[in-house]
Design a protein around this ligand. Structure first.
Ligand code: 13P
Length: 255
């Protein structure tokens, strides 16, 4: 089975939640619950929580990520954080192109591509988010939108560099809404992304790339979604803040 060719990755996206003290407490609850995971486990946390999160997760199987990164190495970009800064802290992962960044902070496919370039050059592992709005799904252009997002973001990314990129399909209408894509809807788009990777790179590269689903994934629906051939893990928002729920998702991905 091709699924065996790639790593299953369950990543939490804490979004703008948790102070450093709260982050430490939450990780201390999560860590023992996922200690025997047979998949990669990541917690992406606010910038101010990174240091305490790295310290708390040191020596465990939980990896830490940031939720965004700027494309420049340094300079006059007030309020921004660069990829070399994250690497210097010891942060291994970063989310790029989340729909909340696209919707609220002017993120475009082009700036996503610039951020991906900077992150890869610095040695970070990227969780690249793509996904359509509800109107786009209704208009029947989901595949075109997602293909464009992936294609632009990966412009200039080599097959070797793609090994450090996870793609997360997150339909915007399913994020934080309690509306989940059906198992088949998630599988269909994830499959289309893999076919695009086969076109852009090769079948071997496509089969080796981890493609997650995200959008109201929870303890109850994770197993069905993760049972699909092209769904290699999840990017979890709300449920990643609930240790038992997050652990249940990790367990579902460990089967
Ligand atoms: P929810 O799981 O809260 O829907 O959020 C998904 C998400 O945006 C993860 O990046």
């Amino acid at each position: 089975m091709n699924k065996a060719k790639r790593a299953a990755v369950i990543a939490g996206n804490w979004k703008m939640n948790k102070t450093p003290a709260e982050a430490k407490a939450l990780l201390e609850e999560i860590i023992p619950l996922v200690a025997d995971a047979k998949c990669e486990v990541v917690a992406c946390v606010p910038y101010v929580d990174l240091q305490i999160a790295l310290e708390t997760a040191a020596g465990t199987n939980v990896k830490i990520g940031a939720e965004n990164v700027h494309w420049a190495e340094k300079g006059a970009f007030t309020g921004e954080i660069s990829a070399p800064m994250l690497v210097a802290m010891g942060v291994p992962y970063v989310i790029i192109g989340h729909s909340e960044r696209r919707s609220y902070f002017g993120e475009t496919d082009e700036t996503v591509a610039q951020r991906v370039r900077a992150a890869i050059d610095a040695g970070l592992k990227v969780i690249l988010c793509v996904g359509e709005y509800l109107e786009q799904r209704k208009e029947g252009v989901t595949m075109e939108i997602v293909r464009k997002q992936v294609k632009v973001a990966l412009g200039g990314v080599s097959a070797e560099e793609l090994k450090n990129i996870i793609i997360a399909y997150e339909p915007v209408w399913a994020i934080g809404t309690g509306l989940t894509a059906t198992d088949d809807q998630a599988a269909e788009v994830n499959h289309a992304i893999r076919e695009l990777l086969a076109e852009l790179y090769s079948r071997e590269v496509a089969d080796a790339t981890t493609i997650q689903y995200g959008g109201s994934m929870n303890a109850a629906n994770a197993e069905g979604l993760l049972s699909k051939e092209d769904v290699d893990g999840g990017l979890i928002g709300g449920a990643s803040l609930k240790p038992a729920d997050f652990a249940a998702i990790v367990k579902a991905a460990s089967k």
